[in-house]
Design a protein around this ligand. Structure first.
Ligand code: C5P
Length: 243
């Protein structure tokens, strides 16, 4: 399934900014980009209205809320936001199997209620901000490189549609979850862009060749002097890598 996607369908632009700038960028990128990522900051400030405004412009929405709570609450949250007709929704794999199953059920029931397609529910394993010391401090005594595969297996057996991971982990994740599940990777930087605060990064072409189905890219596009030109350049690089 994912192998049939065109490069343009695999690029998700992260809108980590206020609503005014997000809407300006959305207008500018309309003819070039298909997907936008709305994270907690924008969603908690603006609520469902910002999602609906971006949808009116024709975008698919990756709603990156990283749900993590008791199953009943996560089911309710997934139900509520899936009714908006978003295409992807994130949960934390560390919330456990029952929580991830509830997220999937809530996503389905919310979509059915409003007559939209349910979103793909995708699981975040270990936050890339969390090193081995951080894991140890919360009582996880195995390194991230062992914790990630454990959570990937748990997530996939809970019925989620894919995984969010670093592009440096994506080849292993792809090998373990098969060709059809989603592998969504942030931490992508074209050679010509600033690295910013991202350390464990790779290029768009490399991320695709390591098994990513979708790339999340923010500042190389949103902070560029011409976001449209930057997005076109990245899509051209992705086309080169998938040919
Ligand atoms: O601007 P940049 O391309 O670094 O943005 C990457 C996006 O991916 C941001 O929205 C960031 O929150 C998100 N992200 C990340 N690393 C993770 C998970 C999500 O950079 N491990």
């Amino acid at each position: 399934m994912t192998v049939e996607l065109e490069p343009k369908d695999r690029l998700i632009v992260a809108l980590d900014c206020g609503a005014t700038e997000a809407v300006q960028l959305a207008h500018a990128l309309r003819a070039t980009v298909r997907w936008l990522k709305v994270g907690m900051t924008l969603f908690y400030q603006e609520g469902p209205a910002i999602v609906m405004e971006l949808q009116r412009l024709g975008y698919d929405i990756f709603l990156d809320l990283k749900l993590h709570d008791i199953p009943h609450q996560v089911s309710g949250a997934a139900h509520a936001v899936s009714g908006l007709g978003v295409q992807m929704l994130t949960v934390h794999a560390s919330g456990g199997e029952a929580m991830m199953r509830s997220a999937c059920e809530g996503a389905r029931s919310g979509a059915v209620l409003t007559g939209v397609k349910p979103p793909s529910v995708i699981a975040v394993t270990v936050l890339t901000s969390m090193g081995d010391d951080g894991l140890s401090s919360i009582g996880v005594d195995r390194p991230a490189e062992a914790q990630v595969p454990l959570l990937v297996d748990l997530a996939m057996s809970s019925g989620v549609d894919g995984i969010v991971c670093s592009p440096l982990e994506s080849a292993g994740v792809r090998a373990s979850i098969g060709p059809n599940a989603l592998v969504v990777t942030p931490g992508v930087r074209p050679e010509w862009s600033e690295k910013g605060d991202q350390n464990r990064i790779t290029t768009p072409g490399d991320a695709l060749s390591r098994g990513a189905s979708h790339l999340v890219i923010g500042r190389p596009i949103t902070a560029a002097s011409s976001p449209v030109e930057a997005a076109r350049r990245i899509i051209a690089e992705m086309e080169g890598a998938t040919r």
